[in-house]
Design a protein around this ligand. Sequence first.
Ligand SMILES: CC1(C)CO[C@@H](CC(=O)O)CN1
Length: 429
Amino acid sequence: EDDNVLHIGGIFPIGGKGGWQGGQACEPAAYLALEDVNARKDLLPGFTLKLHWNDSECEPGLGASVMYNLLYNKPQKLMLLAGCSTVCTTVAEAAKMWNLVVLCYGASSPALSDRTRFPTLFRTHPSATVHNPTRIKLMEKFGWSRVAILQQAEEVFISTVEDLEARCKESNIEIVTRQSFLSDPADAVRNLRRQDARIIVGLFYVVAARRVLCEMYKQNIYGKSYVWFFIGWYEDNWFEVNLQKEKIECSKEEMRMAAEGHLTTEALMWNQNNQRTISGMTSEDFRLRLNDALSKGYDIQNKRYPEGYQEAPLAYDAVWAVALAFNKTMERLNKHGKSLKNFTYTNKEIADDIYSAINSTQFLGVSGHVAFSSQGDRIALTQIEQMVDGKYVKLGYYDTQADNLTWHNFERWIGGKVPQDRTIVRREL
Ligand SMILES: CC1(C)CO[C@@H](CC(=O)O)CN1
Protein backbone atom coordinates (compact mmCIF):
# COMPACT_ATOMS: atom_id res chain seq x y z
CA GLU A 1 0.00 0.00 0.00
CA ASP A 2 1.13 3.62 0.27
CA ASP A 3 3.71 3.31 3.04
CA ASN A 4 6.52 2.21 0.73
CA VAL A 5 6.02 5.09 -1.71
CA LEU A 6 7.77 8.48 -1.52
CA HIS A 7 5.74 11.16 -3.33
CA ILE A 8 7.00 14.32 -5.06
CA GLY A 9 5.07 17.02 -6.88
CA GLY A 10 5.84 18.31 -10.39
CA ILE A 11 4.80 21.48 -12.22
CA PHE A 12 5.54 21.34 -15.97
CA PRO A 13 4.90 24.07 -18.60
CA ILE A 14 3.15 22.13 -21.39
CA GLY A 15 0.29 24.10 -22.96
CA GLY A 16 -0.33 27.81 -23.36
CA LYS A 17 1.45 30.36 -25.53
CA GLY A 18 3.65 32.57 -23.35
CA GLY A 19 7.17 31.89 -22.18
CA TRP A 20 8.66 28.43 -22.42
CA GLN A 21 6.63 25.22 -22.98
CA GLY A 22 9.67 23.09 -22.09
CA GLY A 23 7.59 20.62 -20.06
CA GLN A 24 6.76 18.97 -23.38
CA ALA A 25 10.15 17.22 -23.37
CA CYS A 26 11.05 17.67 -19.68
CA GLU A 27 8.08 15.74 -18.27
CA PRO A 28 8.85 12.61 -20.38
CA ALA A 29 12.52 12.98 -19.38
CA ALA A 30 11.54 13.08 -15.69
CA TYR A 31 9.59 9.83 -16.14
CA LEU A 32 12.61 8.14 -17.74
CA ALA A 33 14.60 9.07 -14.64
CA LEU A 34 11.85 7.78 -12.31
CA GLU A 35 11.99 4.44 -14.17
CA ASP A 36 15.76 4.33 -13.74
CA VAL A 37 16.02 5.32 -10.08
CA ASN A 38 13.16 2.96 -9.11
CA ALA A 39 14.98 0.13 -10.88
CA ARG A 40 18.07 0.67 -8.72
CA LYS A 41 18.11 -1.66 -5.72
CA ASP A 42 20.80 0.43 -4.02
CA LEU A 43 18.65 3.60 -4.11
CA LEU A 44 15.84 4.04 -1.56
CA PRO A 45 15.66 0.26 -0.95
CA GLY A 46 12.11 -0.79 -0.14
CA PHE A 47 10.69 2.48 -1.50
CA THR A 48 9.31 3.68 -4.83
CA LEU A 49 9.55 7.31 -5.91
CA LYS A 50 6.28 8.59 -7.41
CA LEU A 51 5.66 11.87 -9.27
CA HIS A 52 2.31 13.70 -9.24
CA TRP A 53 2.25 16.58 -11.72
CA ASN A 54 0.14 19.06 -13.62
CA ASP A 55 0.53 21.72 -16.36
CA SER A 56 1.40 25.32 -15.44
CA GLU A 57 1.42 26.59 -19.08
CA CYS A 58 4.38 28.68 -17.81
CA GLU A 59 1.78 30.90 -16.08
CA PRO A 60 2.68 31.76 -12.46
CA GLY A 61 -0.99 31.94 -11.39
CA LEU A 62 -1.82 28.54 -12.83
CA GLY A 63 1.45 27.23 -11.41
CA ALA A 64 0.41 28.42 -7.96
CA SER A 65 -2.96 26.67 -8.20
CA VAL A 66 -1.23 23.46 -9.39
CA MET A 67 1.04 23.73 -6.34
CA TYR A 68 -1.90 24.21 -3.93
CA ASN A 69 -3.72 21.22 -5.44
CA LEU A 70 -0.60 19.10 -5.04
CA LEU A 71 -0.17 20.20 -1.42
CA TYR A 72 -3.81 20.13 -0.29
CA ASN A 73 -4.56 16.74 -1.80
CA LYS A 74 -3.16 13.52 -0.41
CA PRO A 75 -0.68 11.94 -0.61
CA GLN A 76 1.70 14.37 1.04
CA LYS A 77 4.61 15.46 -1.18
CA LEU A 78 8.24 15.59 -0.05
CA MET A 79 9.55 18.03 -2.71
CA LEU A 80 8.43 20.00 -5.78
CA LEU A 81 9.92 20.03 -9.31
CA ALA A 82 9.13 23.12 -11.40
CA GLY A 83 10.03 24.83 -14.71
CA CYS A 84 9.84 28.39 -16.14
CA SER A 85 11.39 31.29 -14.24
CA THR A 86 8.05 33.00 -13.55
CA VAL A 87 6.47 29.83 -12.12
CA CYS A 88 9.58 28.92 -10.10
CA THR A 89 9.64 32.42 -8.61
CA THR A 90 6.05 32.06 -7.37
CA VAL A 91 6.32 28.41 -6.28
CA ALA A 92 9.74 28.75 -4.59
CA GLU A 93 8.67 31.88 -2.69
CA ALA A 94 5.58 30.06 -1.31
CA ALA A 95 7.02 26.54 -0.85
CA LYS A 96 9.14 27.53 2.15
CA MET A 97 5.85 27.86 4.09
CA TRP A 98 5.43 24.09 3.66
CA ASN A 99 9.11 23.37 4.36
CA LEU A 100 9.48 22.08 0.80
CA VAL A 101 12.62 22.10 -1.31
CA VAL A 102 11.85 23.26 -4.87
CA LEU A 103 14.06 21.86 -7.64
CA CYS A 104 13.84 23.89 -10.86
CA TYR A 105 14.90 22.15 -14.09
CA GLY A 106 13.93 25.06 -16.39
CA ALA A 107 14.52 28.45 -14.78
CA SER A 108 17.29 30.78 -15.93
CA SER A 109 16.37 34.02 -14.17
CA PRO A 110 19.27 35.47 -12.12
CA ALA A 111 16.69 36.80 -9.63
CA LEU A 112 16.24 33.21 -8.37
CA SER A 113 19.77 33.20 -6.90
CA ASP A 114 18.45 34.94 -3.79
CA ARG A 115 18.54 32.83 -0.61
CA THR A 116 16.51 35.39 1.36
CA ARG A 117 13.54 35.21 -1.06
CA PHE A 118 14.06 31.54 -2.02
CA PRO A 119 15.67 29.74 0.96
CA THR A 120 14.82 26.23 -0.32
CA LEU A 121 15.36 26.65 -4.09
CA PHE A 122 17.80 24.52 -6.08
CA ARG A 123 18.07 24.36 -9.86
CA THR A 124 19.67 22.00 -12.34
CA HIS A 125 19.15 24.78 -14.97
CA PRO A 126 22.01 27.34 -14.77
CA SER A 127 21.29 31.02 -14.20
CA ALA A 128 21.59 33.32 -17.23
CA THR A 129 24.57 34.91 -15.46
CA VAL A 130 26.57 31.77 -16.26
CA HIS A 131 27.36 33.37 -19.66
CA ASN A 132 29.06 36.42 -18.10
CA PRO A 133 32.40 35.01 -16.90
CA THR A 134 32.72 33.44 -20.36
CA ARG A 135 32.07 36.76 -22.10
CA ILE A 136 34.71 38.41 -19.90
CA LYS A 137 37.17 35.58 -20.60
CA LEU A 138 36.75 36.09 -24.36
CA MET A 139 37.14 39.86 -24.09
CA GLU A 140 40.40 39.33 -22.22
CA LYS A 141 41.55 36.68 -24.69
CA PHE A 142 41.04 39.02 -27.68
CA GLY A 143 42.22 42.18 -25.89
CA TRP A 144 38.84 43.99 -25.84
CA SER A 145 38.60 46.39 -22.89
CA ARG A 146 35.98 48.73 -24.41
CA VAL A 147 32.56 47.11 -24.97
CA ALA A 148 28.88 48.04 -25.34
CA ILE A 149 25.65 46.33 -24.29
CA LEU A 150 22.37 46.11 -26.21
CA GLN A 151 19.50 44.50 -24.32
CA GLN A 152 15.77 43.90 -24.51
CA ALA A 153 13.91 45.40 -21.51
CA GLU A 154 13.04 42.04 -19.85
CA GLU A 155 13.73 41.14 -16.19
CA VAL A 156 16.03 38.22 -17.03
CA PHE A 157 18.27 40.44 -19.24
CA ILE A 158 18.21 43.41 -16.86
CA SER A 159 19.55 41.32 -13.97
CA THR A 160 22.03 39.54 -16.28
CA VAL A 161 23.41 42.92 -17.43
CA GLU A 162 23.78 44.07 -13.81
CA ASP A 163 25.96 41.03 -13.15
CA LEU A 164 27.91 41.64 -16.40
CA GLU A 165 28.54 45.28 -15.52
CA ALA A 166 29.90 44.31 -12.09
CA ARG A 167 32.24 41.73 -13.67
CA CYS A 168 33.41 44.22 -16.33
CA LYS A 169 34.28 46.69 -13.58
CA GLU A 170 36.26 44.01 -11.74
CA SER A 171 38.15 43.22 -14.94
CA ASN A 172 38.77 46.85 -15.96
CA ILE A 173 36.62 46.49 -19.05
CA GLU A 174 34.90 49.79 -19.88
CA ILE A 175 31.23 49.71 -20.90
CA VAL A 176 30.99 52.64 -23.30
CA THR A 177 27.20 52.45 -23.48
CA ARG A 178 24.27 50.28 -22.37
CA GLN A 179 21.30 50.54 -24.71
CA SER A 180 17.93 48.91 -24.08
CA PHE A 181 14.75 48.60 -26.13
CA LEU A 182 11.27 47.21 -25.63
CA SER A 183 10.53 45.82 -29.10
CA ASP A 184 12.00 48.18 -31.75
CA PRO A 185 15.82 48.29 -31.55
CA ALA A 186 16.40 51.02 -34.20
CA ASP A 187 17.16 53.93 -31.86
CA ALA A 188 19.25 51.77 -29.52
CA VAL A 189 21.34 50.53 -32.46
CA ARG A 190 21.75 54.10 -33.72
CA ASN A 191 23.13 55.08 -30.33
CA LEU A 192 25.64 52.23 -30.51
CA ARG A 193 26.97 53.69 -33.74
CA ARG A 194 27.08 57.17 -32.23
CA GLN A 195 29.31 55.86 -29.44
CA ASP A 196 31.51 54.03 -31.98
CA ALA A 197 30.73 50.72 -30.25
CA ARG A 198 32.69 47.86 -31.85
CA ILE A 199 32.36 44.94 -29.38
CA ILE A 200 28.69 44.53 -28.47
CA VAL A 201 27.02 42.07 -26.09
CA GLY A 202 23.42 41.46 -27.20
CA LEU A 203 20.81 40.13 -24.74
CA PHE A 204 17.34 39.52 -26.16
CA TYR A 205 14.86 36.78 -27.03
CA VAL A 206 15.07 35.29 -30.51
CA VAL A 207 12.25 37.36 -32.09
CA ALA A 208 13.94 40.57 -30.95
CA ALA A 209 17.28 39.14 -32.16
CA ARG A 210 15.94 38.99 -35.73
CA ARG A 211 14.90 42.64 -35.52
CA VAL A 212 18.33 43.60 -34.16
CA LEU A 213 20.08 41.69 -36.95
CA CYS A 214 18.12 43.51 -39.66
CA GLU A 215 18.77 46.83 -37.94
CA MET A 216 22.50 45.99 -37.85
CA TYR A 217 22.35 45.43 -41.59
CA LYS A 218 20.40 48.63 -42.30
CA GLN A 219 22.70 50.75 -40.13
CA ASN A 220 25.81 48.96 -41.33
CA ILE A 221 27.04 48.05 -37.82
CA TYR A 222 28.29 44.58 -38.73
CA GLY A 223 31.21 42.99 -40.60
CA LYS A 224 34.95 43.16 -40.16
CA SER A 225 35.08 46.04 -37.68
CA TYR A 226 32.52 44.65 -35.26
CA VAL A 227 32.08 41.64 -32.94
CA TRP A 228 28.61 40.78 -31.65
CA PHE A 229 27.98 38.38 -28.75
CA PHE A 230 24.56 36.72 -29.08
CA ILE A 231 22.87 34.13 -26.86
CA GLY A 232 23.62 30.59 -28.02
CA TRP A 233 20.32 28.87 -27.31
CA TYR A 234 18.38 30.17 -30.32
CA GLU A 235 17.64 27.48 -32.93
CA ASP A 236 20.52 27.09 -35.41
CA ASN A 237 18.81 28.81 -38.38
CA TRP A 238 17.10 31.47 -36.23
CA PHE A 239 18.39 34.34 -38.43
CA GLU A 240 16.66 33.19 -41.62
CA VAL A 241 13.22 31.98 -40.44
CA ASN A 242 9.90 33.75 -39.79
CA LEU A 243 11.07 36.88 -41.70
CA GLN A 244 7.72 37.46 -43.45
CA LYS A 245 5.66 36.45 -40.41
CA GLU A 246 7.54 38.93 -38.18
CA LYS A 247 7.65 41.62 -40.91
CA ILE A 248 11.46 41.71 -40.94
CA GLU A 249 12.51 44.12 -43.73
CA CYS A 250 15.70 42.25 -44.60
CA SER A 251 16.19 39.35 -46.97
CA LYS A 252 17.72 36.03 -45.92
CA GLU A 253 20.97 37.04 -47.62
CA GLU A 254 21.07 40.37 -45.79
CA MET A 255 20.35 38.66 -42.45
CA ARG A 256 23.07 36.14 -43.17
CA MET A 257 25.60 38.88 -44.01
CA ALA A 258 24.81 40.72 -40.75
CA ALA A 259 25.06 37.48 -38.77
CA GLU A 260 28.43 36.40 -40.21
CA GLY A 261 31.15 36.17 -37.57
CA HIS A 262 29.08 36.68 -34.42
CA LEU A 263 30.00 34.78 -31.27
CA THR A 264 27.57 32.97 -28.97
CA THR A 265 27.74 31.69 -25.40
CA GLU A 266 25.42 29.13 -23.84
CA ALA A 267 25.30 26.80 -20.84
CA LEU A 268 26.13 23.17 -21.66
CA MET A 269 23.07 20.99 -21.01
CA TRP A 270 24.21 17.72 -22.64
CA ASN A 271 27.35 16.05 -21.26
CA GLN A 272 30.00 16.50 -23.94
CA ASN A 273 32.08 13.35 -23.72
CA ASN A 274 31.24 9.68 -23.94
CA GLN A 275 31.57 9.06 -20.21
CA ARG A 276 29.08 6.73 -18.58
CA THR A 277 26.96 8.83 -16.20
CA ILE A 278 25.49 7.78 -12.82
CA SER A 279 22.57 6.12 -14.66
CA GLY A 280 24.99 3.97 -16.69
CA MET A 281 24.00 5.84 -19.87
CA THR A 282 26.14 8.23 -21.90
CA SER A 283 24.31 11.43 -22.87
CA GLU A 284 23.93 9.98 -26.40
CA ASP A 285 22.29 6.85 -24.95
CA PHE A 286 19.93 9.20 -23.14
CA ARG A 287 19.19 11.04 -26.40
CA LEU A 288 18.15 7.79 -28.08
CA ARG A 289 15.88 6.82 -25.17
CA LEU A 290 14.36 10.31 -25.07
CA ASN A 291 13.74 10.30 -28.84
CA ASP A 292 12.02 6.93 -28.47
CA ALA A 293 9.91 8.18 -25.55
CA LEU A 294 8.98 11.32 -27.52
CA SER A 295 8.43 9.63 -30.90
CA LYS A 296 5.02 8.46 -29.69
CA GLY A 297 3.87 12.09 -29.59
CA TYR A 298 6.22 13.97 -31.92
CA ASP A 299 7.61 13.56 -35.43
CA ILE A 300 11.20 13.17 -34.25
CA GLN A 301 12.42 11.76 -37.58
CA ASN A 302 11.72 15.11 -39.28
CA LYS A 303 13.42 16.97 -36.48
CA ARG A 304 10.04 18.11 -35.10
CA TYR A 305 11.39 18.29 -31.56
CA PRO A 306 9.05 19.43 -28.78
CA GLU A 307 9.96 22.48 -26.73
CA GLY A 308 12.35 21.73 -23.87
CA TYR A 309 14.28 19.10 -25.84
CA GLN A 310 17.51 20.99 -25.16
CA GLU A 311 16.73 21.15 -21.43
CA ALA A 312 15.48 17.53 -21.08
CA PRO A 313 18.77 16.36 -19.46
CA LEU A 314 18.18 18.96 -16.73
CA ALA A 315 14.82 17.40 -15.83
CA TYR A 316 16.25 13.87 -16.00
CA ASP A 317 19.12 14.84 -13.69
CA ALA A 318 16.75 16.72 -11.34
CA VAL A 319 14.94 13.46 -10.55
CA TRP A 320 18.29 11.74 -9.94
CA ALA A 321 19.26 14.58 -7.59
CA VAL A 322 15.99 14.03 -5.66
CA ALA A 323 16.57 10.28 -5.41
CA LEU A 324 20.18 10.67 -4.26
CA ALA A 325 19.24 13.34 -1.71
CA PHE A 326 16.33 11.26 -0.36
CA ASN A 327 18.59 8.22 -0.20
CA LYS A 328 21.14 10.18 1.85
CA THR A 329 18.39 11.59 4.10
CA MET A 330 16.80 8.17 4.61
CA GLU A 331 20.11 6.67 5.74
CA ARG A 332 20.59 9.53 8.16
CA LEU A 333 17.04 9.34 9.57
CA ASN A 334 17.19 5.55 9.92
CA LYS A 335 20.04 6.00 12.40
CA HIS A 336 17.50 7.69 14.73
CA GLY A 337 14.77 5.16 13.95
CA LYS A 338 13.07 7.71 11.66
CA SER A 339 12.11 7.76 7.98
CA LEU A 340 11.08 10.22 5.30
CA LYS A 341 7.58 8.89 5.90
CA ASN A 342 7.65 10.94 9.12
CA PHE A 343 7.96 14.16 7.08
CA THR A 344 5.10 16.61 7.43
CA TYR A 345 4.75 20.15 6.06
CA THR A 346 5.38 21.48 9.57
CA ASN A 347 8.37 19.25 10.31
CA LYS A 348 11.29 21.69 9.96
CA GLU A 349 13.83 19.16 11.23
CA ILE A 350 13.38 16.62 8.41
CA ALA A 351 13.06 19.52 5.93
CA ASP A 352 16.51 20.69 7.04
CA ASP A 353 17.87 17.16 6.57
CA ILE A 354 16.50 17.12 3.00
CA TYR A 355 17.92 20.60 2.34
CA SER A 356 21.44 19.69 3.51
CA ALA A 357 21.30 16.41 1.55
CA ILE A 358 20.40 18.12 -1.75
CA ASN A 359 22.86 20.94 -1.01
CA SER A 360 25.78 18.49 -0.94
CA THR A 361 24.56 16.23 -3.77
CA GLN A 362 27.05 15.97 -6.64
CA PHE A 363 27.12 13.42 -9.48
CA LEU A 364 27.84 13.01 -13.19
CA GLY A 365 24.50 13.33 -14.95
CA VAL A 366 23.52 13.33 -18.62
CA SER A 367 23.65 17.14 -18.37
CA GLY A 368 27.24 16.98 -17.12
CA HIS A 369 28.60 17.33 -13.58
CA VAL A 370 25.65 18.23 -11.34
CA ALA A 371 26.51 20.40 -8.31
CA PHE A 372 24.85 23.38 -6.62
CA SER A 373 26.29 26.70 -5.40
CA SER A 374 25.39 28.10 -1.94
CA GLN A 375 22.47 29.92 -3.61
CA GLY A 376 21.26 26.63 -5.08
CA ASP A 377 22.46 27.58 -8.57
CA ARG A 378 23.56 24.91 -11.04
CA ILE A 379 27.33 25.02 -11.60
CA ALA A 380 27.76 24.47 -15.36
CA LEU A 381 30.22 24.67 -18.25
CA THR A 382 29.57 27.09 -21.09
CA GLN A 383 30.08 26.56 -24.80
CA ILE A 384 31.37 29.19 -27.25
CA GLU A 385 30.46 29.12 -30.96
CA GLN A 386 30.92 31.40 -33.96
CA MET A 387 28.76 31.86 -37.05
CA VAL A 388 31.05 30.91 -39.95
CA ASP A 389 29.55 30.81 -43.48
CA GLY A 390 26.06 30.70 -41.99
CA LYS A 391 26.80 27.71 -39.72
CA TYR A 392 27.71 27.58 -36.04
CA VAL A 393 31.25 26.29 -35.38
CA LYS A 394 32.20 25.16 -31.86
CA LEU A 395 35.14 27.34 -30.76
CA GLY A 396 35.56 25.93 -27.23
CA TYR A 397 34.30 25.50 -23.66
CA TYR A 398 34.81 27.44 -20.45
CA ASP A 399 34.88 26.02 -16.92
CA THR A 400 34.33 29.09 -14.74
CA GLN A 401 35.08 27.27 -11.47
CA ALA A 402 38.51 26.17 -12.71
CA ASP A 403 38.98 29.29 -14.89
CA ASN A 404 39.88 26.86 -17.68
CA LEU A 405 39.20 27.79 -21.33
CA THR A 406 39.39 24.88 -23.80
CA TRP A 407 40.03 26.54 -27.16
CA HIS A 408 40.17 24.91 -30.64
CA ASN A 409 41.50 27.96 -32.56
CA PHE A 410 38.74 27.64 -35.16
CA GLU A 411 37.71 31.31 -34.99
CA ARG A 412 37.59 33.22 -38.29
CA TRP A 413 37.62 37.03 -38.57
CA ILE A 414 36.36 38.86 -41.67
CA GLY A 415 39.50 40.60 -42.95
CA GLY A 416 41.73 38.02 -41.31
CA LYS A 417 42.55 39.79 -38.09
CA VAL A 418 40.91 40.25 -34.70
CA PRO A 419 38.61 43.34 -34.78
CA GLN A 420 39.67 46.24 -32.56
CA ASP A 421 37.50 47.53 -29.70
CA ARG A 422 37.96 51.18 -30.78
CA THR A 423 39.05 53.40 -33.67
CA ILE A 424 42.83 53.50 -33.77
CA VAL A 425 44.04 56.99 -34.62
CA ARG A 426 47.38 56.76 -36.38
CA ARG A 427 49.49 59.82 -35.60
CA GLU A 428 51.55 60.88 -38.61
CA LEU A 429 55.14 60.82 -37.36
C1 LIG B 1 17.86 28.32 -22.14
C2 LIG B 1 16.41 28.58 -21.81
C3 LIG B 1 15.58 28.68 -23.09
C4 LIG B 1 16.26 29.87 -21.01
O1 LIG B 1 14.94 30.00 -20.48
C5 LIG B 1 14.51 28.90 -19.65
C6 LIG B 1 13.07 29.13 -19.24
C7 LIG B 1 12.94 30.22 -18.17
O2 LIG B 1 13.96 30.68 -17.60
O3 LIG B 1 11.79 30.59 -17.91
C8 LIG B 1 14.62 27.59 -20.43
N1 LIG B 1 15.93 27.46 -21.03
